[in-house]
Ligand binder design. Sequence first.
Ligand code: HEC
Length: 250
Amino acid sequence: MRTMRRMGTMGVVAVVLLAACDSGDIADKVYTVDEKGYTVKMTARMSGLSEWEGSDYTLAVAGFTSESKFALLQKALPSSAEDGTPVSLVLSNLSSEVQTVELALTNSLRKRIITLASINMADYADRSAHDTILLDLGTLDAGRFGILQTGILNRACIQCHGASGRSAAGLNLTEGNAQANLVDVPSARREGYLRVESGNAEGSLLHLILREGGENLLAHNHTEILSSQFKTNLEEVEELIDNWIEHLTP
Ligand code: HEC
């Protein structure tokens, strides 16, 4: 139940705004339909965007085809946006090749690292091309840890760690608890390890249990949990977790 509620607050509310009926001349209309693809407008109040400044990662609204991990087109969110101020971004001229429009972290090659919210363009196939699809994301922590929480922990971990009232190994990974439960906290299951050791990804239990070779470190196979959830971007997700750990200062 808690999981459903969480998805409800962080999930996507996509609403189609029908453009006001165009009573204007026909030439205008023909031009609009032929030249323009779909338009998606994303709005949100975000914090933490500045944490990505100068990094290899970009938080962007991006259009993906079904064939590629690389965005066909994307627009970066302004990393200068002040925390909590409303941000809105318009992605237009989306061709029919674009299958999903996502709020995603991408790298410098526009490769998808992780998706935070997504709309399926097929759901809007019957709309005329000049409608604007609104993607309202509410409030979102878009900093290093916020993205980990929304993109990874909420999706793959909290069902056993905190959301249903039980926290396996005494580890609560729900929002507002996860950092304090992970960072520089001794493992309850493997003596000599910290769950996450600030600045040292490779020495952290979290890194080890999620990677190949870590299947048997715990009584529960976490390598498989991660690989079953992130089938097409496993390596990217592993690197993102390491990137977060490396940026923690001891
Ligand atoms: C299906 C249930 C389940 C899911 C999903 C799950 N875990 Fe676990 N987790 C466990 C269990 C059970 C243990 C304790 C294993 C043991 O006793 O050896 C554990 C232990 C851990 C530990 C070690 C804690 C310690 O103090 O030693 C970490 C770290 C951890 N999980 C992180 C995660 C992360 C991150 C995710 C999501 C990617 C996740 N878990 C998803 C069940 C789960």
